[in-house]
Design a protein around this ligand. Sequence first.
Ligand SMILES: Cc1ncc(C[n+]2csc(CCOP(=O)(O)OP(=O)(O)O)c2C)c(N)n1
Length: 601
Amino acid sequence: MSTDLPHPQLHTLEGCVLQSIDHPASPSPSLSPAPSPSPTPVTVATALVDTFVRLGVTHAFGVMGGAMAPLFHAIVHSDITTLHLRHEAGAAFAAIEASLATRRPVLVFTTAGPGLTNAITGMLAARWDGAHVIFVSASTSAANRGRVATQETTPSSVLGGGLFLPGGALHYATTLEHPAQLATIAAQLASGLARPGGFVAHVSLPIDMQNAACARVACIGDGRGLLPMCSPSVVAEHAALLAGRAPVVWLGFGARHAAKPIRKLVERTGARVMCSPRAKGIFPEDHPQFLGVTGLGGHTRVDEQLVADRPRHTLVLGTRMGESTSFWASELTPSQSFIHVDADPSVFGVAYPEVRTHAVVADVGAYVTALLDALGPGRAPWSVANAEPRELAPPVVARPSGPVRPQFLFAELQRVVVEGSDAWIMAESGNSFCWSTHHLRFAEPGRYRVSTGFGSMGHATTGVVGAAVACGGKAVALVGDGAMMMMNEIHSAVQYGADALWVVLNDACYLMCAQGMKVMGWKPFSCELPPVDFVALARAIGADGERVTTESEVGPALERAMKVRGPWVLDVTIDRAESPPSGRRNRSLMQQGFATGSRAQ
Ligand SMILES: Cc1ncc(C[n+]2csc(CCOP(=O)(O)OP(=O)(O)O)c2C)c(N)n1
């Protein structure tokens, strides 16, 4: 939906500066979301929601309950578009995708007790994936704590306080016990939301606080100055360090807003480029200097080429190089050092502690621009490597009968969805994200979403609704039948007319598990699933769809699906015999200790 994603912007409102994260597709005038004059808030709930609006929140996802009635009322009656979903985890996943697709902070709301605990997985995913999410929930009033209140929710009653303290899932957590706290909370949220690498906050609102009298927050803090940048002398040192031989550039999700300067740097220096699964498209995948994707679903040719021609230095931009990006493979390391650039100071030396690392706390775009300046316009110290266009895999030809091979399905997805539309594309945990990371090719950032690191099933089956609603355009989820049965938000998509398409890889199996167990020497146990007719399921809950059982039907059915406006399910019968490109994951598990275990039959 968008190619050039702007940085978070700061806007002045009523004499105060506040943080807002822009919608990439509409750089103006929505950049200055001066809120329509809302009635003067008179309660904590309305003042808090007014603060969220002024922080740039335009969408909220959640499930309400009695303990949050005044808060829910305040949200629904604000300028925030509110979606009342079927599960709090689905709401959190939808919020993550809405936030990442629009670069705005998104609200998740839940009631106390089970509402709160249902959202935990989603909050962890939000932090892993770098979303800007404000989570607001109801809790038990101080006067009733410890009295077996219904859904009693206090820092000590819910999971040892994990959602009431910063750390783990949350960058910031607080319980609003007095209206006077609101100004501080607003300031903390404003500065947190300015963090480029994401921010997840939880504001717990006790029942008796929600209707307490409260004035509107007068002034919200200024998040400017938080974008980190290292000194010019360090950049100059790096330019000197890199001189002489083309480096390798390793791109991660944290580099997604810096596509233009990165391409300039790569073409000027002759660097070779590899990327994490989440960074697909930041550098065009059909570019002659692109080696391939590392990690889960990636390309083994990357390792082979680096072994054959090992770089001295690798410039790491915005990736933590975690297991799902690297499998900690030594083949991907340089002979001398990493120059590792990230806005988050906690990521350095973590994945490869044994490799010398020049750690740079900086915004990736600002760093690359400074490096280009340091190199100078006429300076081209490296020869262009790898200039020959890479040979593409031969086209997969449709076979007349039998179930659909994933390779064929993904070739058609490339043609119809990637190249034939500007839809947002998400791949689900399971075989889908291996096939898609391996076979789809993107020429720009902001098209592909995959949660390889946290990897929760249900992320795409529900998140697709958040992306579609927040972007106001088509979003496509590539998902397994097991994930669809775990959770989906088709019913919510019907309620809100979300333009979401689910392409279900229907193999009546937890196939990734079954195939993985086989590879590791176990007999797959109980991974077969009773068959599901997902078109019938969609129809039963108000949506519609089409079933595809042979390869010749795939293309026309996809083209029809892309023309539909509103929720649609394309149920594709998948050939289970094909092995997905997930071998490195199984090998990594073996190396972590499974190789020595006994094989129960
Ligand atoms: C919440 C959660 N539970 C369990 C897993 C482990 N897991 C990863 S893939 C998978 C099976 C996926 O099956 P399906 O959705 O049918 O996709 P397939 O691999 O068959 O294409 C499981 C259980 C997970 N990633 N997330």
